[in-house]
Design a protein around this ligand. Structure first.
Ligand code: AQP
Length: 330
């Protein structure tokens, strides 16, 4: 533990514009730990496991940092930084590659999914991604990792790697726990409610971005795929409605029963309109604050620099322990 406070760490890849899936599954929970040391990175090393346009990656790195702040993360109270600016991530990532088994990495569903979507670029980084994610977490002796349910498998692997390393060399890493939200755990695509809403989805209508304008949000929800029924409730073949209920519950705090009662006899049209309005209303102040922050690039760079220095300080402590344990020359 750093400074005796519990350590919280998470990150988001700047691999696209952030979605309400990223927001509801992860980002919104980042400021739920007032008594902890919170460390949040923009995971640009992870982003290059999929081919990126360099100028866009750089722009989105700034934007992701600004979005962290626009969502309420105060850089005076949290360590906010860009992963590639703290080289210890890559360093520990390599070490942990050597303690990650081919078989366990092969079982990762994200690797299987991304290999299918990027069949022309199934690179080694895509395969060892979870070992780098383990390094991100273990580098800071992290206690808690707020992530969406889709990252649960990677988190389990990080725990296994930590336990394996500790088993060989004695106590080195804190074994982290996940902090996974119970409502709206996995937000699904608006066009195919059986697949996850992802920022890299090529179809913009499948995804609501945090920074979408209110009228765009309303339009996307209006067109969301549902079913031929009329009742707002969960059930067989109603994955689209279930997804909208999850989203509405997240933005309003209402229970399933309250939602079903509210839209009883009113049909899907009224429900979709309400989901859109609730989302647009909650996201409006974030978009406005984001616009203010993006206007001051020098300030963002100052935050990045300070965050990287703070993160590097803690990372160095763990790395010197790791170097000693594995037998690198000191
Ligand atoms: N649809 C989702 N529902 C709930 N949580 C989600 N997260 C992502 N999508 C959803 C959570 O957001 C965090 C950021 O994850 P990431 O950027 O590291 O990678 P990801 O999970 O692969 O996110 P995307 O949006 O799907 O990115 P691409 O398209 O680049 O692969 C994580 O905590 C994740 O659980």
């Amino acid at each position: 533990m750093l400074d005796e406070k519990k350590v919280v760490l998470s990150g988001i890849q700047p691999s696209g514009n952030l979605t309400i899936g990223n927001y509801l599954g992860a980002l919104r929970n980042f400021d739920a730990f007032p008594d902890c040391k919170c460390i949040y990175c923009v995971a640009d090393l992870h982003a290059i496991t999929v081919r990126q346009v360099p100028a866009e990656l750089r722009r989105r790195t700034y934007e992701t940092l600004a979005l962290y702040m626009a969502c309420g993360l105060d850089p005076e109270k949290n360590i906010l930084f860009v992963q590639s600016q703290v080289p210890a991530h890559a360093e520990l990532g390599w070490v942990l590659d050597c303690y990650s088994m081919f078989g366990e990495l092969s079982r990762m569903t994200q690797f299987k999914d991304k290999s299918q979507h990027h069949a022309d670029n199934i690179n080694a980084g895509l395969f060892t991604y979870p070992a780098l994610m383990a390094a991100d977490i273990l580098l800071y002796q992290t206690d808690l990792v707020p992530v969406g349910i889709d990252q649960k498998q990677h988190l389990e692997l990080a725990r296994n790697i930590a336990e394996r390393f500790n088993g060989i060399y004695g106590d080195t890493f804190t074994v982290p726990d996940g902090y996974i939200p119970t409502t709206g755990m996995k937000i699904m695509s608006l066009c195919d409610p059986t697949s996850k809403m992802s920022k890299s989805d090529p179809n913009p209508n499948a995804v609501v971005y945090i920074l979408d304008e209110p009228e765009v949000i309303l339009r996307k929800f209006k067109r969301a795929v549902t079913d031929s029924g009329t009742e707002v409730c969960r059930g067989e073949g109603k994955e689209g409605i279930a997804n909208l209920m999850n989203i509405y519950a997240c933005f309003t705090g209402k229970s399933d029963d309250e939602i079903s009662a509210e839209f009883d006899g009113r049909g899907y049209g009224a429900f979709k309109q309400a989901v859109g309005e609730a989302a647009a209303e909650c996201l409006r102040p974030i978009r406005e604050q984001f616009t203010r922050l993006m206007a001051d690039k020098a300030y963002l760079e100052e935050v990045m620099k300070k965050g990287a220095d703070q993160a590097a300080y803690y990372a160095r402590k763990t790395m010197s322990k790791v170097r000693r344990k594995v037998g690198f020359a000191l």
